[in-house]
Write a protein that binds this ligand. Sequence first.
Ligand SMILES: [Fe+2]
Length: 189
Amino acid sequence: MNIDRNTAVDLLNKYVVTEHIKTHSFAVEAVMRALAKRLSPQDVDLWGITGLLHDLDNDLVDWKSDMSLHGKRTVKILKELEFGNEAMYNAILAHNPATGKKVENVFENALYSGDPITGFINAITLVYPDKKIASVKVKSIVKRMKETRFAAGANREAMWAIENTGIKFEEFAQLSLDAMKEISDVLGL
Ligand SMILES: [Fe+2]
């Protein structure tokens, strides 16, 4: 099975037309790579590329008619292209609970928690006067977690679930923030 990053980027560009989903995919890749290193030994490239592709079907499925299709469609595409492996497919399915696939290992847990924190950090960045991720402090990420009306769509339960991997939320926030700061130009933040 091919698990090459350049091919993954080509797939992302081919299937995802919504620009903010593309940048979100790069953010999740960065967070997944950081989590793989932190939870070493893990396959850093596999984790990163899975982050990059987890929302590949975003513009293909009709979310409103059937939420459970999100993830399943991505896996179907990847299997047909003989790209990826079972661990990748399971993580992609488990990031959307509507598929019925439960989070069963640390890799699946990382994607489940790493997905929402990128959007959450994005939303926090945009309330800063300069809208720059360089200005964001971990303290404000922790504080905003308790403000349930702020970025209400960001799944708090999924983000807290990082603690099931043994990483405390505050460290997760720091690690994710640092990973996103490194690619701030790609993210436009
Ligand atoms: Fe996502």
